[in-house]
Ligand binder design. Structure first.
Ligand SMILES: Nc1ncnc2c1ncn2[C@@H]1O[C@H](COP(=O)(O)OP(=O)(O)OP(=O)(O)O)[C@@H](O)[C@H]1O
Ligand SMILES: [Mg+2]
Length: 138
């Protein structure tokens, strides 16, 4: 068992902070540069969603990352306590976005799904969202 827990505010600076933190955490397993890059990209998409959608850019929101590495597999959970998602199945479809007017393309979940080995999204409107992902590190 090898756990990581981070709790930060929903400010833009924490997108790159969490991205790098997860990269540094996974480095102990010597993953390929491509694997690290895939994981960082997926984390970046999940954290951006929490900031932009979950908290509508309100910096007082809290984002948590819960990660663990078991037998060379990374399990990472990106959690927010923001507005939540009405219909997760619809939200995860390619090109679905509720912010099409703001240069969002609706591909965040598509990227997370294709770059990670698994993804599971649990959300309650008014309660928040949790995005659980896993990826083999080598
Ligand atoms: N953490 C979240 N809280 C609330 N709603 C979310 C959250 N994450 C995603 N969503 C909803 O799911 C939709 C799809 O998310 P996705 O990341 O695929 O696309 P996007 O963020 O709209 O665009 P892009 O990621 O391409 O910039 C969002 O438009 C939003 O309505
Ligand atoms: Mg997105």
């Amino acid at each position: 068992m090898d756990i990581l827990k981070v709790k930060v505010n929903s400010i833009n600076a924490n997108e790159s902070f969490l991205r790098s933190t997860i990269g540094a955490y996974c480095a102990r397993k010597n993953p390929s540069i491509e694997t690290i890059s895939d994981i960082k990209t997926a984390i970046s998409e999940a954290v951006t969603n929490a900031i932009v959608h979950g908290y509508s850019n309100d910096s007082t929101g809290v984002i948590e990352i819960d990660a663990k590495i078991i037998d060379d597999v990374l399990f990472v959970n990106v959690i927010d306590y923001g507005k939540g998602i009405e219909n997760v199945e619809v939200a995860m479809q390619d090109f679905f976005t509720t912010k099409g007017d703001e240069e969002r393309s609706g591909l965040g979940f598509t990227i997370m799904s294709s770059f990670m080995d698994s993804i599971e999204v649990v959300s309650d409107p008014g309660e928040g969202t949790s995005v659980m992902m896993s990826k083999k590190l080598n």
